[in-house]
Design a protein around this ligand. Structure first.
Ligand SMILES: NC(=O)c1ccc[n+]([C@@H]2O[C@H](COP(=O)([O-])OP(=O)(O)OC[C@H]3O[C@@H](n4cnc5c(N)ncnc54)[C@H](OP(=O)(O)O)[C@@H]3O)[C@@H](O)[C@H]2O)c1
Length: 227
């Protein structure tokens, strides 16, 4: 297993936790997922992956779309669309040859009910879901699947950065925003990150070979749509 993130220290700590929990060999690549060199370094470490999880963990806060330049939009397309697509392009030929491949893209539940202030992120993530929808039927005959996980509010550092951004934009306190979000979540809590990991583990399993091209929401009942 190869892990990629920019900070060597936290990356190594995570790798060690995985090694001692599973006994699986884990290597780390301290690099930027959004650079060609970073993705090349990850592929050099693990040239023939059977599983790819694209998790562009960029912290984002809400903003005013009127102020964004073409360069800003291009940045978000790189982060949430092109970096993942390029890795998918690199790994699917080998997966098809080996007749096994599982790819999971991390997105957000809000692609199904977009939020004010997040046009940059929603647009780029929807581009990825759209591109994947057009790819999957060519891959599933080879037992290669691509699915998208759309989380609601999971208790990570990024969540709290995001909630602070909402508080500042709404000119209210962080505590008031937390209370509001918990009230509007039928489950009445933020999820543990392991609940997302469990869903990804299923989608990457041999048992999930008949499921592809799906955008799966896990948000404690916030999203009320049927599809
Ligand atoms: N938490 C939620 O409630 C929630 C909800 C919906 C969607 N999501 C989405 O899920 C994804 C992960 O979120 P999270 O909450 O786990 O975020 P997080 O707590 O901020 O963790 C993000 C991880 O990604 C790494 N990372 C960030 N930028 C990177 C880059 N350019 N290259 C390589 N690694 C990078 C970070 O390490 P380094 O900083 O060391 O690189 C860190 O390990 C994000 O796309 C987020 O938008 C999260």
């Amino acid at each position: 297993m190869t892990l990629i993130a920019r900070t060597a220290e936290t990356l190594e700590r995570t790798a060690e936790a995985l090694r001692s929990a599973t006994g699986v060999p884990v290597t780390t690549v301290a690099a930027d997922f959004n650079s060609d060199a970073g993705r090349e370094a990850a592929l050099a470490d693990c040239p023939e992956p059977d599983i790819l999880v694209n998790n562009p963990g960029v912290r984002q806060t809400p903003g005013d779309f009127r102020a964004w330049s073409r360069k800003d939009w291009q940045y978000w397309l790189d982060v949430h669309f092109l970096s993942s697509v390029q890795l998918i392009q690199s790994v699917v030929p080998g997966m098809c040859k080996r007749r096994f491949g599982r790819i999971v893209n991390m997105s957000v539940s809000f692609i199904k009910f977009p939020q004010v202030g997040f046009a940059h992120s929603h647009a780029a993530r929807l581009a990825l879901s759209g591109a994947v929808a057009a790819m999957v039927r060519e891959l599933v005959p080879f037992n290669v699947t691509i699915n998208t996980v759309c989380p609601g509010l999971f208790d990570t550092d990024a969540l709290h950065t995001n909630l602070r951004g909402h508080a500042s934009r709404a000119n209210t306190s962080y505590e008031a925003i937390v209370e509001d979000r918990l009230k509007s979540c039928p489950a009445g809590r933020f999820a543990d990150p392991s609940e997302c990991g469990d869903l990804i583990a299923y989608l990457c399993s041999a048992q999930a070979g008949f499921m592809t091209g799906q955008n799966i929401v896990s948000d404690g009942g916030v999203y009320q749509g049927l599809f």
